[in-house]
Design a protein around this ligand. Sequence first.
Ligand code: SF4
Length: 295
Amino acid sequence: MTYERKGRYIVEFQDIPKARQHHIEIPVEERRNNYNEVELGFDEERALQEAKRCLSCRRCLGCALCWAECKTEAINFDMKDEYFDLEADTIIISAGVERPIERVNPLFGLGKNNNIITDLQLERMLSASGPSAGLVIRPHDGEIPASIAFVQSYASASPQMHRAALFLGINEAILVRRKLPGAEISLFGQDLAPFLEEQKEALKGLDRIEIREAVVSALTPAENQSLQVTVESNGTQETRTFDLVVLLTQPQISQDVKNLSKKLGLTMSYANFLAQDVTGLISTEKETLKLTAVQ
Ligand code: SF4
């Protein structure tokens, strides 16, 4: 097997980049008989939109901005592509997951309030090499949140994907509990019964993490950029305030794994893959190729 290690690698985005903003210009009729400036530049809204495009590179131009900003010095512009010939008796494909934000219900206003983040953003926050050096903070003001709600943000998913999303969310809630022993932590999700039954023993050890079968019908701004979470459960409605809301996103097998499986001549439907027993290695139609599950 020949293994290729890319020297300079930039993730190929599947989405369409946001359109470039254009300067505001005065109308033609106002340009006659005067020397007034035609181009008025950006107003605040356009300036903010244009600034958001920064560092969303689709193709690397070698400007080195990312290199200058990367505090952990993870970017090396001198790296060349390398090829290795490897011999192995068995190849194990470990399926990484993507969590696309396009599937987040717009009702939750992701991007409109800084204190609403996704589980992937929280994962970065929990990492010692992440943007907050491992501290769990409210992006709005950098304060430590006293209350955190994990909210299912997708309407429906296959049971396997739903299970994976809950796993990831509860795992993060446990990590948050370790970092913030006094915080109020709640998780609101739907169709929890099969998962709770299956994980009954493991969940017994949860330390003051509320897991509740409920639909979150609204997230509204509260004082100091906190959020009012409206929860519907068993025919009743309740509104509670949280300092930080983490949206549980729907995981899917990464495109890289699908591409690799194609290269290796392996037929892999991610749903079938996940539908199998998820403990240990999973056999494929090729004797020397095995899969591991998303956990
Ligand atoms: S070098 Fe510049 S263009 Fe290339 S990835 Fe970094 S920031 Fe983007």
